[in-house]
Design a binder for this molecule. Structure first.
Ligand SMILES: CC1=C(CCC(=O)O)c2cc3nc(cc4[nH]c(cc5[nH]c(cc1n2)c(C)c5CCC(=O)O)c(CCC(=O)O)c4C)C(CCC(=O)O)=C3C
Ligand SMILES: [Fe+2]
Length: 387
């Protein structure tokens, strides 16, 4: 491999300032689909959890609890099969549109690892990769940690300065991501109505992953003030509003959190979904439409924390509950991801980048200090401004 272009981004220190939206076309060689990763058998469960939580101070009891979720599924996380299906769907969409871009796939926490995908890119002679993270919102876990993973992958393979990795913008308000939720909420409300519940008796719960309050406060660029919940909370609230407007319903709604981890002494975003369900039921709610707004596919957080735990809570309360599908491989989502790739491959003016909330379109190049993790401190990251 030779460096044919001395300006390969990885070869130079990240710039301190630069455009929020990259309007020039870039000749990317491949798409790098990056995800969380998950165990594929009982023997993988503990090493996987160690990868995820190394040095994070997650209590031992929490790890045992989460190990139990995976054990109950044969030690197999659903997430890898879902990413294989997404990769195949992206390849089919690219072929149909006549776009010649290979899709490589790598994970942060389990094989195939991002560093393996990067090594494969190098073997195939690729130098410019455009990454997609399977995560729509801004926060350390859902954005910056992916960017750190890209830096780690180049470090581990000795390819820093040889391979350039950029990333498509966070897509929480892209129509491709939001449309499946709109369809799902309309269907969920129809199901509740068919079961005999009025809109006033029905509550739409938008659920997302809880994160430490300190991470939430730091989510998004430091230059914009989104309030104590940061861009993470603001983005979810804004998307939920778009979905509720489109569903044209009188049913009330709220944003709730799930999958809390960490020591009990550390504040995380609240309320927890099951606590909220109990409070709402006590106040007269009889039906819940549960919307997994924070998630792109039916991985363990959805299967366990919603389909198992939240459904048990509904049963305990004698309430009706329906869980709306995640985007998965919904055609709008798959084609939306390819549109996001084309924004960068073709070079697209900001005005032509669809965004359903006035928070977006989000940044192509993350701002300095965006989504910092104050607990873990600074680590190098790609696809953003320095530091
Ligand atoms: C915001 C967010 C998303 C959504 C965005 C995105 O999709 O990326 C997400 C997704 C996921 N989280 C996942 C799994 C886990 N997350 C954990 C721990 C944590 N998640 C956090 C945040 C998030 N996580 C945080 C702040 C922690 C604490 C430790 C830390 O500071 O990093 C732990 C450790 C045990 C525990 O404590 O729960 C596990 C096993 C899986 C795979 C599921 C499968 O296998 O199907 C997926 C998709
Ligand atoms: Fe997580």
């Amino acid at each position: 491999m030779t460096i044919t272009n001395g300006l390969v981004a990885g070869a130079t220190p990240a710039a301190a300032s630069g455009p929020e939206h990259v309007e020039e076309a870039v000749a990317y060689d491949a798409i790098l689909l990056t995800s969380f990763g998950g165990p594929e058998g009982q023997d993988d469960v503990i090493p996987f959890l160690r990868n995820v939580t190394g040095g994070r101070g997650i209590p031992e009891e929490r790890l045992e609890e989460v190990a139990h979720h995976y054990r109950a599924f044969g030690g197999i996380s659903p997430i890898n099969a879902q990413n294989r299906a997404l990769k195949a769907a992206l390849e089919e969409e690219l072929a149909q549109r006549g776009i010649d871009l290979p899709v490589l796939w790598g994970n942060r926490n389990w094989a195939p690892y991002t560093r393996e995908a990067v090594a494969e890119a190098h073997e195939r002679g690729f130098t410019k990769l455009l990454a997609i993270g399977t995560s729509a919102y801004s926060s350390y876990s859902s954005c910056r940690q992916y960017r750190e993973d890209y830096a780690n992958a180049l470090d581990a393979t000795g390819l820093a300065g040889v391979i350039q990795i950029d990333k498509v913008r966070q897509f929480f308000d892209h129509p491709g991501f939001v449309t499946p939720f709109i369809d799902g909420v309309i269907q969920g409300l129809a199901d509740a109505a068919a079961a005999g519940f009025t809109p006033a008796e029905t509550h739409v719960l938008f659920s997302t992953h809880s994160i430490p309050s300190t991470d939430a406060a730091k989510s998004g660029p430091a230059s914009r003030n989104f309030g104590p919940g940061g861009a993470y909370e603001a983005q979810h609230l804004a998307v939920a509003e778009v979905v509720m407007d489109a569903a044209e319903t009188a049913a009330p709604w709220s944003l709730v959190y799930q999958s809390r981890s960490g020591p009990p002494s550390m504040p995380w975003l609240e309320p927890d979904i099951s606590d909220a369900m109990r409070d709402l039921a006590a106040a007269g709610t009889k039906a819940f439409v549960i919307v997994p707004l924070g998630f792109v596919s039916d991985h363990m957080e959805v299967k366990w924390d919603l389909d198992t735990e939240a459904m048990e809570t509904a049963e305990e309360l004698g309430a009706f509950a329906v869980r709306v599908p995640t985007p998965g491989i919904h055609p709008a989502y798959v084609s939306g991801l390819i549109d996001l790739v084309l924004e960068r491959v073709q070079g697209t003016p900001t005005a032509e980048r669809p965004a359903l909330t006035d928070l977006g379109p989000w940044y192509d190049v993350c701002r300095s200090g965006c989504c910092e993790n104050v607990r873990l401190g600074f680590k190098p990251a790609l696809a953003g401004l320095a530091p």
